[in-house]
Design a protein around this ligand. Structure first.
Ligand code: ARG
Length: 565
């Protein structure tokens, strides 16, 4: 059984109060507003119920207010009604204090329900092409989701699905074998593609040659297999460097080629379903009843397609690992593909675990334009990472910092991660190294600075004196203590919101707010040197919990919290 968080306790009270009006409870909002006049929470429940009960919201609010007064007096010191029916809830100090004690004692996972097994696919770059900015966003968001689900108690399989198969490899093989260009790096290989596309414009026969090369690869031709293997290992080595730089790891890394052996089984399911048909020599499945274009399953030359390999992979992941859910963290330009995958899996009765596509928006440059280089190629993830690292070094220089190269590199990576994760996942990220590294805004350096500052105060006291003097229950808090206490208590609800929406932005927003409260508190209240020992240690305890939330929150974003800044 999980413990109810501060938010969930209030939610249940409002829910029960609404239920006492005799109607099933519609969905409603319970919001933490920062203006003190709105109390600790504000809810629109009366407005949500009004159309169902055919009553005016103010009267409903009055009923709920009365219900709370009769049944839950201990939790609130005031409940007000504003704006014609909004209910503002002001919690009692005793409830705040007991919620704080619970939050301190329990790990985050105790606020969450029964653990699930999740398979999270993320990153998934393509062999022989550099990771681009979309892969970078997928990598960071996927890593965040994996960490998030782990901390709430789920078991997570981190999965990387490499694009290492498909007819495009025919083009690469052709270029590789016939042209003298450099073939040492993934960028060189990308150039081979570009070259191929240019040449094939004037020489369409090349397309046929490429198809033949891919067919040879599929049939196991030794030369083609060896070149392909070499290209795969070259690409993996480069990807690994990027993953190491970003501290990203995977449990399973499998390329699309791995699923070739499961393809016959997929085709037998397709055949059994009787749903497929031949069109222009290709095997397709009609998806009109889903309002989707037909799914392409096999090309006229017999080569498999992206969709077919995804069906095989879905089958393999589900039967081999039995996850409760599979998450695909892939850009929103592939939404149609995943809808088709869903539909085809249903049509052919593919045994599989439920799965969800977690789409995300593009990354734009700081002028709000799509990224492109002068050479017209897509922007490489490494270029962007390097831009932020470089900016971290210039900030270091401006501040005449004595920080080492390693520290400044880490500062750049932290800023990059925080910056990219502080956007709502469906909206585009604006990539601006300067604001990512701002020392005062909603950025990693600001949160890290606040963490170090709060932690330094805590560390000025000894473990033993904290043990001895810290009051068991928080004594009646002053107004600024209360504000900080209130912010701390919101943490599990923020995490819940991130889990429900697969979004990191709620966490970054919260860490930014909490940091603001910590700094305001510290500026207003004298902490160290207070002659009232109990009060001093109660405040130290607040700072200790607040800083541990910052640390844990940053770690969910894949960022470390240095103790010195
Ligand atoms: N490799 C693909 C790309 O870069 C993304 C793969 C997404 N995952 C999947 N299971 N289809 O576009």
């Amino acid at each position: 059984m999980n413990i109810q968080s501060f938010h969930d306790t209030i939610y249940t009270v409002i829910h029960d109060a609404a239920l006492s009006l005799g109607h099933p409870v519609p969905s409603f909002a319970l919001e933490w507003k920062h203006e003190k006049t709105f109390g600790d929470y504000s809810t629109n429940i009366a407005f949500a119920l009004a159309p169902h009960l055919k009553k005016n919201p103010h009267n409903i609010a009055l009923h709920i207010q009365e219900y709370i007064r009769t049944h839950h007096a201990a939790l609130f010191h005031t409940v007000t009604i504003a704006g014609g029916g909004f209910i503002n809830l002001f919690c009692s100090d005793a409830f705040l204090s007991s919620s704080f004690t619970t939050l301190k004692k329990k790990p985050l996972s105790s606020f969450f329900s029964t653990p699930k097994k999740l398979l999270i696919e993320f990153s998934s770059p393509n062999i022989a092409k550099p990771m681009h900015v979309g892969h970078l966003r997928a990598t960071l968001l996927g890593d965040f989701l994996a960490r998030l689900h782990t901390i709430v108690g789920n078991s997570v399989i981190r999965w990387n699905h490499l694009g290492d198969w498909g007819t495009q490899f025919g083009k690469l093989l052709y270029g590789y074998k016939h042209w003298n260009e450099k073939k040492e790096t993934v960028e060189d290989l990308e150039q081979l593609y570009i070259h191929f596309h240019k040449k094939s414009e004037t020489d369409p026969a090349l397309e046929d040659e490429a198809r033949k090369e891919f067919l040879r690869l599929e049939k196991g031709d030794t030369e083609n297999r060896n070149i392909w293997k070499h290209i795969v290992s070259l690409s993996l080595k480069e990807f690994q460097q990027t993953y190491a730089l970003l501290s990203i790891s995977f449990d399973i890394v499998l390329g699309e080629s791995f699923y070739e052996k499961y393809i016959p089984h997929i085709f037998s399911l397709i055949e059994k379903s009787g749903k497929s048909q031949i069109s222009d020599d290709a095997l397709i499945i009609d998806l009109e009843s889903y309002d989707l274009p037909p799914g392409l399953l096999k090309k006229s030359d017999g080569a498999t397609l992206y969709l077919t390999r995804d069906l095989a992979s879905l089958y393999y992941r589900s039967t081999r690992f039995s996850p409760n859910t599979i998450l695909y963290v892939v850009g929103n330009e592939q939404s149609l593909h995943f809808k088709q995958l869903q539909a085809v899996a249903k049509e052919i009765d593919l045994p599989h675990a439920p799965f969800i596509h977690i789409p995300f928006g593009t990354v734009l440059d700081k002028n709000g334009k799509r990224f492109s280089t002068r050479a017209g190629r897509t922007v490489h993830a490494r270029d962007l990472i390097n831009d932020v690292i470089q900016r971290a070094h210039s900030v270091g220089k401006e501040k005449e910092s004595s920080a080492s190269k390693k520290t400044l590199d880490a500062m750049g990576i932290a800023a990059l991660k925080y910056g990219m994760l502080s956007y709502n996942k469906t909206s585009p990220v604006t990539f601006d190294p300067e604001s990512m590294l701002s020392l005062t805004g909603n950025s990693a350096p600001y949160i890290q600075y606040t963490y170090a500052r709060a932690r330094r105060v805590v560390d000025k006291t000894s473990f033993l004196s904290r043990l001895f003097y810290t009051p068991r229950a928080y004594p009646s808090p002053s107004s600024s203590e209360r504000t900080l206490l209130r912010a701390i208590l919101e943490y599990p609800a923020v995490i819940q919101r991130c889990v429900d929406s697969a979004t990191s932005q709620y966490l970054t927003e919260y860490l930014y707010t909490l940091s603001g409260e910590i700094n305001a508190f510290y500026e207003k209240e004298r902490v160290l040197g207070d002659t009232n020992k109990k009060r001093m240690y109660a405040r130290i305890d607040l700072l200790k919990k607040a800083s541990s939330i910052l640390k844990e929150g940053l770690s969910l974003l894949g960022i470390e919290s240095p103790s010195v800044i």
